[in-house]
Design a protein around this ligand. Sequence first.
Ligand SMILES: *Cc1c(COP(=O)(O)O)cnc(C)c1O
Length: 505
Amino acid sequence: MPPEESGRHAPLNLSPEEFRRVGHALVDRIADFLTRLPDRRVAPAASTREIRAALGADEALPEDGLDSGALIDRAADLIFEHSLFNGHPRFWGYITSSAAPIGALGDLLAAAVNPNVGSAMLAPIATEIESQSVRWIAELIGFSASAGGILTSGGNMANFTCLVAARKAVLGWDVRAGGLRGEGSTPVALYASKEAHTWVEKAADMFGFGTSAVRWIDVDRKRRMKTDALVDAIADDRRRGCQPFLLVGTAGTVGTGAVDPIRRLAAIAREHDLWFHVDGAYGGFAAAAEDVPDDLRALGLADSIAVDPHKWLYAPLEAGCALVRDPEALGNAFRYRPAYYNFDETAVNYVDLGVQNSRGFRALKVWLGLRQAGRDGVVRMISDDIALAESLFSLLDRHPDVEARTRNLSITTFRYVPSELRPRAGDPAVEGYLNTLNRAVLSAIESGGEMFLSNAVIDGVFLLRACIVNFRTTSADVRAVPEILSAIGERLDRELRPDGLKRPT
Ligand SMILES: *Cc1c(COP(=O)(O)O)cnc(C)c1O
């Protein structure tokens, strides 16, 4: 029987009164959560088993629905209780930022109206907001304001999008129709440093080049691509009849924050007819700040660049951005014209510029963040993160039981080295033990809940790594690090040090 004309009962609908009541209560709970965040553990105390039990992970989908207010309350309880809080002032793991609260409101607003930002017709204002966000991002990092671009789910997708644009633009045969083995094809090679992010191999694999097409170029002592090794590798490939096609520079490596010699790489790419792509997922936005490596001023020389608003623009996950200097490059790589698209061809239809078909309004949270902070506000937050990283490095450098290793942008690497073992660093037995010890220190820090770090491995040395992309971190938080680290380090060193490395008594 069809529903009554007046008053269909749709179990997912909410009356405006109910939405108001449940929504207001949720906003209050979120505000309380944000207030108490600094007093909480960074990582949850419960084990995976306990978390599954709290959720009832094994239960089948119940037949009957639930009341919205009670349900939202239960969801909030679960999530506030059992999450790792990257918005905590002492979260410095990986590269995940504290999220701007205005972004959360933006996501609520975006979901409420729910435009499909695949086409301008389906999302008139949202399309314009995305275009403006893309242009603001390009201007912020010193990329051409006439660039083409699109927001993506993150840095990986932004890098993939640029690679597909490059493939269409550079390869000398019809790669969209014929594929990599199409008529007139040659084997191709792409170049990235050994410190480049793993998206490079994922992309080489997914887009059919194969990971063996990637030439992993050596880095110098500062973890920057060695340009003479790059030039040699290009010459080698040419000699073997392999077409050099894409050069990937990294503006802020995921391990240590190193910035490749972007100017020099741009010149080499131009000389050898390579598409020059910059992975700026971490460091791209730092180009707007002062006192950063000069090579960040040269991002405008790239053919394409990937940046990540959900990193150093503090947008809530997910938001990445692909930019291409030639505004036609994305459309040339992605556009199709099926009969069932009835779109205005003169408008921007984002379905033509990237991988997705239906697209959410992720631009709103990015646009709100940019507009709330303004250029000055963004620069200030990034510069403060870098200044905090510098002060962390110098605090650790002065500590007798810590070896501070690197500091680039807002990433600091270091390890716990009992002072008594310091003179013996380099001895293979000592180094082996220090790797074991620091792995254990990292696990204890991560599960301890006082702060959250991740790791880097440099030349076989296991290091702890703090990456500050967190507008909630203060200098008091940074000053607390040495004490937390040495308490955990001393305890584990007592437990773990093998007899052979103990001081003779
Ligand atoms: C984070 C990061 C990526 C991947 O970005 P996601 O947003 O995690 O997909 C790629 N490259 C670099 C240098 C990164 O720091």
